[in-house]
Structure formats: C-alpha cells, structure tokens
Design a protein around this ligand. Sequence first.
Ligand code: ADP
Ligand code: MG
Length: 477
Amino acid sequence: MDKNAEKVWTNCLKIIKDIVEWQHYKTWFEPIKPVSLKNNILIIQVPSQFFFEYLEEHYVNLLAKTLKRELGKDAGLEYRIMVDSGNIKNKPLTMDVSGQGFKTYSNNEMDFPLVISNPVKNPFVIPGLKKMQIDPQLNPIYTFDAFIEGDCNRVARRAGKAVAEKPGANSFNPLVIYGGVGLGKTHLAQAIGNEVKRLHPNKVVLYVSSEKFINQFMDHSRNNAINDFIHFYQLIDVLIIDDVQFFNKAEKSQDAFFAIFNHLHQSGKQLVLTSDKSPKDLEGVQERLLSRFRWGLSADLQIPDYETRIDILEKKMKNDGLEMPKEVVKYIAYNINSNVRELEGTLISLLAQSSLNRREIDLDLAKKVLRNFIRTSSKEITIDTIQKMVCEYFAVPYDKLLQKTRKREIVQARQITMYLAKAFTKNSLKTIGEHFGGRDHTTVIHSCQTVKDLMDTDSVFRENVLELQQKVQLAAM
Ligand code: ADP
Ligand code: MG
C-alpha cells in the first residue's frame, strides 16, 4: 500500500468522522481502502459498483472538500471498484473509474465564488448564450411521480400539482410547504419546478435555498449591486425558495426578498416556499413577510403512516430495480417511523450490507442492519402502551379514555392516542377503534383528522402532540 495515500486518506477520515453520523461513517467510509497517490490524484478502493455510485451521489462534496484541503485545489479522486474479490486461483478483478461527480463539483465551486469581482457574475445564468437563460437548479429525480401520496402529505402534494399546472394563476400563491426534517419539503418543491418545466418549457423557473439567496445577496451588496440582484429575481416566473426559516434575522436579505415577492406576486408570478415551521411560528422573519406568506396556502407534511411508509419503500425499490421479501419491507416500515430520509437510509444500508457480504436480503439481515446501523426499536409499541403514555401525560384516568365521556380534555387525549396509534403501530383503523371501547374506524379517521387540524391552529396542542410523539419514539428504542 502507498504510504502517502494512506496518510492523506487517514487525514481525510479524521474530518469525515466528525461530520458524518457514525453509522453512515461505518457503512460508507470504513470499507474504503486508499490505494495510491500519483500526480495529486488519490485512488481509493471500494467494494462494489453500487458503493461507488452511492459515494458519488451522496458524499462527493464532502470528499472533494476534505481532499482539496489535504492536497490543494487540483486534487483529484479515482475509484478502484472491486468487481470480483478473487480466490486462491484467480486474482481479484478490479476496475478503475474517475470520480465524475467530483469533477462536476469542482466546476460548480468555481461558479459559486464567495468572493465576487465586479461586475457581479450571476451563478444561475448560463454564460455564452445570446438570450439570457437561467439554469433552474433542479434535480430531475425529484418528480411528482416519485413522491408517494398519503394522508401525511395529500394537501401539499395536490396543491403542488395545481401550482405546477397553472403557475401564478391559482389561489395558492405563495404555496408554503412546511414540516420537519426529511419529510419531503425539498422533494416536493423541486417536483413543482420540474413539472412546470415539463408543462411550460418557456417559463423561467428557479430553485434556490434561502442560504444561497442570502449569500448571493451579501455578495451583491458588497459590490453595490443590490439593484442587479433584485432585477434578476424579478425576471423569474416560478421562484422556489427552500428552507425560509434560515432568513431568521437576515434583515437586509429579507428587505430584498420583500421587494422581489411583491413584484412577482403583483405580476402574477408564482412563489413556492418551504419552511421547517408553519409561517405563524417562524421566528426572526419580518411580520410583513409573514403576512404575505399567509396570502396563499400553507400545507404541512407529516410523518407518513405505516401503509404509506411501505408504499414509499416499494416505490424506491421499483425505481432502483431492487427486490426484497415483503416481510423485510414491512419490518423496515414498521421500525423506522421518524422520517422518510431515515427510511431511505435504512434501505440503502441494507443494500450495502447485502452487496458487501454477497448475501441475499432476508429478515435476518434486516434485523442485523437495523440493530447495528440505526438506533431503533426491536420493541413493539402497542396501542396499550400508547394509551398509558397519553393518560400519564395528561393525567387522565385510563378507564375514562375508553368510555364515552365527552369532556373536552378527555376527548382530546383520546383523539391524540388514536392518532399516535395510527402512526406508530401497524394496527388497522378497525383494531384501533376496538381498543377504545369498540368505536368504529370512521371515528378513528375523524380523530386523526382533528388532531392534524388542531396541530395547525393551536400551538400548545401541537407542542403536546410533538412531545408525546417523541416519548413514543423513545419508548420504541
Ligand atoms: P426535507 O427537505 O423535508 O428535509 P427531503 O425532500 O430532502 O426532505 O426528503 C428526504 C428524502 O425522502 C428524499 O430522498 C425524498 O425523495 C424522500 N421522500 C420524502 N417524502 C417522500 C414521499 N412522499 N415519497 C417518496 N419519497 C419521499
Ligand atoms: Mg430540504
């Protein structure tokens, strides 16, 4: 083994270790072996084609950053992919490929300079074309088709579709999509952009994170080019800004956004925003902006229920051409109930394990992976457990929860319990109803809906539900 390569790689790992969650680190970085370092190009050996693609897709930025830090700006990365690990008779078979993503990343980095010289280059404008063309910054994999609909996201998804069909000419302007991490905000926002481009190729679409917007604004501001900045944004037909919670306290950027918002809205252009909180709970955002956010529709994304989690997993598998036994899919869907990103992460860890160990995916492997790589439950959460937790939380007597009492506190506690039972157990609506003194499934549906509605309008109620949700999650670990 090349000593220099090893040294460089060890240094990279030190940084990567601090940044990547340990289970991801274990899955994706520990198996990598440094092979050689020549002409400032590091070759690393990876166990499979799949592994290589995964690194390229998910970690190329991190790899590029750390490697450039070690080797300087012209650092390069190549992969040696294990095709066959060989045996006594046959030598291992490998294949060398260069990191495509790494190259693109390096180019991109030049397009997004932090220090901008005057006149300010706009990073979204494709240079060298006569008519100004704006790169919409969309990732084509995020489509409506790939976004599974369930109770958790129906309103947001349908509103998104309506917006994409008639951008600017619908009553959802702005459309604000909000929800916790990994629940699909970026996916849905991007799907709207992609769908607009598909249906209306001439519309100018731009997706930008609020952080990038703020950085750009500051660059322009330093160069006394704020007007250029605002004018540029006023040319857009569909402006999608992701994670507006990061506008928090960026006063000047908010002023610019306010001007842009007003201009676009008045000219019948579409705005799509995402946020990790509902607009009324956003802190550090000017009231005049918040009141405009409320002009259109705010739609939330919730944690998908068990059935939807199964649908999502099956969709991902179908898209990637993968197969695994239904019981494994059910096992994952049942145990991973935090968010969709975790769900995907688990699926991928499982694939990696199966590919590394050259072993079919079965329930045993799934159990092993879930135990090792995701801190999660082997414990079953039952309706009874949830009932007891809610009773304790609200100091409501257990028998009252099951009886027909109509007292408001009790009704709410009962509704929340049904909601949590739907989200965290795999019982049918019918079974859940039966656990509440023989109510029928429509009562359960109604309860779940009421809880969702109240969470939107009553922040104390929402806090209570979220806290309980956490307790249930902890109990499942
Ligand atoms: P957020 O921006 O809310 O943190 P993302 O949009 O990045 O979440 O979603 C995390 C991952 O989960 C993405 O890979 C996305 O494709 C996937 N995802 C989320 N919701 C769905 C859904 N309803 N159907 C299919 N995939 C989903
Ligand atoms: Mg996001």
